[in-house]
Design a protein around this ligand. Structure first.
Ligand code: NAG
Ligand code: NAG
Ligand code: NAG
Ligand code: NAG
Ligand code: NAG
Ligand code: NAG
Ligand code: NAG
Ligand code: NAG
Ligand code: NAG
Ligand code: NAG
Length: 859
């Protein structure tokens, strides 16, 4: 009897102990796996991560191959250069731990492999009974995405097995083959649960046991987060959301202050890294405006699937319930509204605590319906204090369908992209003597060469690389200048991917261009640039546009043409000129832009019959341009260096809003180690960074230098170079620096504005401009700091004593707004105390906060 009780007791103890050990993770730890497929010994990648060979996980003998060309976007040979090739069905048996969820990531580099034609590769992949890919062509998919390689990420439900079988099967064609470059298995916590089905208030979904594919993962209003910086060792990649914003207004970026700590509370930190919660996009501070629009994101999706849309929220400014309450709509159906409207503090209880909400939506197969649309709009139902909405992060996952499939269709390449690729590859074969560029590698390389984005570390102190280019992330699927009906060619039934090619840019015919410009009548010419003449014109009966017509003979013209299409179609920002479309027909190449009614900034500064800008207008124009450049440098997925910043490349729309134009020279070139791009010197004299000129190394600080010259132009009302002046005064940058050093900057102020600048404002402005044109790059502030200081100058102009009095001419504010402005002003004062004096030393973050909140009307 005693013995029995003792036995039971110890059994209970053992069970408890075992459970405790197991639950606390001391028990068997699930292991991850990184396979460099086709390699002999694995290797170490650029991040220092170790990869092993796939040989021991696969039965049978399957050939391996080595890519003949390393695309410039591939920073490390491991694991992309080796591939395993399958000419018949083959299965990997991968060890897994039971009852554990995993990421399965498959990497494909559709390059040239000897003896193989990559366009013949069509195959399916089945993992643990789930069809991941079917009739998949990595080569078509990569072309449509203009990416050199692809990573597909799946989240596989816990299984009752210690082996995961991943089967590759070539399509049913004699020449078809399958290939794979890398396989990753990463054990992850149970990230998925249940939520509501939007549009069906009584229906819920449960993804706990679901198999999902990651479609999008965005750090809203924040920076790219590399796998090594993800939380919980989940090695996810987070991208900026700007390319998916669809609303006419992009809202404002909110950034928490430096001392802000995300307190996870009940939420596991693995849900999302703190940086996701430290930034948010809100609508802005103007209640009336906010009521008139939705903050909208738009995503392309494969039809006939249910998607889980996960919205991440964290409030870091407000702290009370019913201060900010908003409605959430997904695909035009209500997810949260009225009594059930979103109130972040209402959900979390306090400021600084993150949360997320999951919604499911079924995407139907109807024309124009293959998309996921997320709308936020202020709720007035409970009469909240502010009419605003905000969001910190978005993830979208595709759920497997009833047939246990996650496979979509291959994208349809638009005619436009296909013809450009064909041209590009012909040229590549002609001109590249080494002929290293293979069919697809060549496409990828060429496109990347012209896409002109600088892929390099922003924080150069940390060695290694963040590969920005690889992704499962489909496409930039938005644009408000595009109307679906205008897309050329056949409707792209099957996929999101072709939108990149077709959707982002409208394709005009040559007759349309001729009609718009009266057959390129000379009287329509509004400017001449390196690329060719710029005409004004009218399309669609009423829309005014500017049409840049290239000189077809110029080789440089072709590249710049592609550059601008690639760059501008992906970049949307209030302070960047929008590309509407292009025409490429009979050797005629035209780019069609929004018409900037008020012309260039320079036309309003000097040598002009037009009315000159007031000082305040000049400040506002400079601030707008600085915002545009700041976005180019930091807001996009890549750092983009403009390379030709000057007052004639800053245009003004009918409302005096400044927009940066002319990306024809924008340059990329991944040079990860050195953090710069070596290149042939281009740009305009008078604005050229002397360091760039000397060393032919391009960094974003070269733009800062040129922008400094623009600031002095605005202040002094004279050209960057004026050869008719005495020698020491010819170069504005040199002369202004000299005067600033001597403390006589006032003597060279434009007479038209002299006396209208408050001394505090002048001091700040001149100091800022002077720092921009510092001799060496590292001494110059970054654009974030420049923006910060310009906004501060404007503040000092309006309000030299820092009191709350506002200058006349400002529109009166609603009471909510003024309360908020006061709050923000206090906040700003708190923030700025320490850092005003150190222009270039100030951290970028504080600059961002400042720029976000100081100008509440900035949107
Ligand atoms: C590869 O195959 C495609 C069609 O399957 C063909 O058009 C192309 O010419 C082939 N490329 C080479 C290099 O053989
Ligand atoms: C995985 O494949 C092996 C042989 O390749 C087979 O014996 C096993 O049953 C498969 N397991 C599952 C879960 O399909
Ligand atoms: C992440 O991995 C490191 C090293 O493998 C380990 O020390 C750490 O505990 C892990 N963190 C989490 C949250 O699992
Ligand atoms: C930063 O935010 C925290 C928490 O919201 C607040 O306590 C702190 O005062 C703020 N710091 C500054 C410098 O404004
Ligand atoms: C979606 O399902 C419908 C009905 O089953 C089918 O007709 C249609 O082709 C499917 N669409 C796609 C894109 O698979
Ligand atoms: C949502 O509404 C917009 C505007 O009315 C429309 O263009 C879009 O097609 C709708 N989307 C869906 C998924 O119904
Ligand atoms: C916001 O989106 C919802 C759902 O799509 C729509 O009903 C509403 O009209 C939109 N509001 C505005 C102001 O666009
Ligand atoms: C499942 O597969 C069957 C036969 O292959 C097909 O008819 C059906 O449309 C598929 N269902 C879904 C939801 O794709
Ligand atoms: C496979 O994909 C290609 C390209 O998208 C398509 O042309 C072909 O019809 C597909 N084949 C099957 C069997 O679905
Ligand atoms: C600014 O600082 C003062 C005193 O240090 C503090 O009372 C106030 O709450 C702060 N304001 C904000 C918005 O952080």
């Amino acid at each position: 009897m005693h013995a029995n009780i003792y036995f039971l007791f110890s059994l209970a103890c053992f069970t408890l102990l075992f459970n405790a050990l197991y639950v606390s993770g001391i028990g068997p730890q699930p292991q991850g796996l990184s396979l460099n497929c086709g390699s002999e010994n694995g290797g170490t990648d650029g991040d220092g991560r170790k990869w092993e060979s796939d040989v021991k996980y696969i039965t049978g003998n399957h050939p391996h191959a080595r890519a003949q060309y390393q695309d410039s976007s591939i920073a490390s040979e491991v694991p992309y250069m080796d591939a395993r090739i399958f000419t018949s069905e083959a299965t990997y048996n991968l060890p897994i731990t039971e009852k554990t969820r995993y990421w399965l990531r498959l990497s494909f580099y559709p390059s040239e492999y000897s003896g193989l034609n990559i366009s013949d590769s069509y195959f399916s992949v089945v993992a643990g009974g789930i069809t991941l890919l079917n009739n998949f062509s990595a080569s078509i998919t990569a072309q449509a995405l203009t990416q050199a390689y692809l990573i597909k990420e799946y989240s596989l439900a816990p299984m009752n097995s210690q082996i995961l079988n991943v089967t590759f099967k070539p399509a049913d064609k004699p020449e078809a083959f399958a290939f794979i470059n890398a396989i990753e298995l990463v054990p992850i916590p149970d990230l998925f649960g249940s939520g509501t089905m939007v549009g069906f208030s009584d229906q819920t979904f449960d993804a706990t046991d679901g198999n999902l594919q990651t479609m999008y993962r965005l750090n809203v209003a924040g920076q790219y987060i590399s796998p090594t910086k993800d939380s919980g060792n989940l090695t996810r990649t987070w991208y900026n959301d700007a390319p998916y914003l669809f609303s006419a207004a992009t809202g404002v970026n909110l950034q928490s202050n430096e001392s802000f700590e995300v307190r996870y509370g009940e939420l596991a930190e693995s849900v999302a890294p703190p940086d996701v919660y430290r930034t948010a996009r809100s609508m802005g501070y103007n209640k009336d405006l906010n009521m008139k629009f939705n903050l909208t994101w738009l995503f392309q999706a494969d039809a006939n699937f249910t998607y889980v849309v996960r919205l991440h929220f964290c409030e870091f400014q407000l702290s009370k319930v019913n201060q900010k309450v908003f409605n959430v709509y997904i695909n035009n159906q209500t997810a949260q509204a009225d009594t059930n409207a979103a109130d972040i503090i209402g959900w979390t209880g306090e400021k600084g605590v993150p949360t997320y909400k999951d919604y499911a939506v079924f995407v139907k197969d109807r024309e124009g319906d293959e998309e996921i649309r997320v709308d936020l709009h202020p709720s007035t139902y409970s009469k909240p204090e502010f009419y605003d909405a905000s969001l910190n992060g978005i993830e979208i996952f595709k759920m497997s369908d009833r047939n246990n499939s996650l496979a979509g269709h291959n994208p349809v390449l638009s005619e436009m992209l296909a013809s450009h690729m064909a041209k590009a590859s012909r040229k590549a074969f002609k001109t590249d003597s080494k002929a290293v560029m293979g069919t697809v590698g060549g496409f990828g390389a060429l496109l990347f060469a012209v896409v002109c984005v600088a892929v390099y570390q922003r924080t150069r102190r940390i060695p290694g690389f963040d590969s920005h280019t690889s992704t499962w992330l489909p496409v930039y699927g938005n644009s408000h200048t595009v109307s679906k009906s205008s897309i050329s060619g056949k409707s792209s039934q099957s996929s999101h991917l072709s939108t990149l090619a077709q959707g982002l840019c409208r394709h005009f015919t040559l007759p349309e261009m001729q009609r718009a410009t009266k057959n390129f009548d000379e009287s329509y010419v509004i400017g001449v640039g390196g690329f060719g003449k710029v005409y004004k014109g009218v399309i669609d009966q009423a829309t005014k546009v500017a049409i840049k017509r290239s000189n077809p003979q110029s080789e440089q013209g072709v590249n710049e043409f592609m550059t601008e299409i690639e760059m501008l179609s992906k970049l949307r920002h209030k302070h960047l000129v929008s590309l509407i479309g292009f025409c490429d027909e009979d050797g005629e190449m035209c780019l069609v832009y929004d018409y900037m009614a008020l012309g260039t900034m320079r036309e309003h500064l000097y040598n002009t019959k037009k009315p000159r800008l007031s000082w305040k207008q000049r400040l506002e124009v400079c601030i707008g341009a600085a915002r545009g450049l700041h976005y180019l440098h930091t807001g996009a997925k890549y750092t983009i260096i403009h390379r030709d910043v000057k007052s004639t490349n800053i245009l003004l729309d009918e409302n005096w809003v400044a927009k940066v134009s002319d990306f024809g020279l924008s340059k990329t070139g991944p040079d990860m180690d050195k953090g710069h791009v070596s290149t042939v010197v281009k740009g305009s004299f008078g604005y050229l960074d002397p360091e760039y000129f000397r060393r032919q190394q391009l960094t974003e600080k070269s733009d800062v230098y040129s922008f400094g010259v623009v600031l002095f132009e605005a202040l002094c009302g004279r050209p960057a170079l004026n050869p008719s002046l005495p020698k020491e005064q010819v170069s504005l940058a040199d002369w202004a620096r000299h005067c600033q050093k001597k403390g006589i900057i006032e003597d060279i102020i434009d007479p038209h504005i002299k006396g209208k600048i408050t001394p505090e404002c002048l001091k700040k402005f001149a100091e800022t401009a002077d720092k921009c044109v510092a001799e060496s790059g590292p001494e110059r502030p970054n654009m974030g700091d420049v923006l910060w200081n310009l906004e501060f100058s404007l503040q000092l102009q309006d309000n030299p004593e820092g009191s709350n009095h506002r200058s006349q001419g400002e529109e009166s504010e609603t009471s909510e707004e003024s309360i908020r402005n006061r709050n923000l002003e206090m906040h700003r004062n708190n923030l700025s105390l320490g850092s005003i004096s150190e222009v270039s030393g100030g951290s970028e973050d504080s600059g961002d906060i400042f720029s976000q909140i100081v100008n509440p009307k900035g949107r």
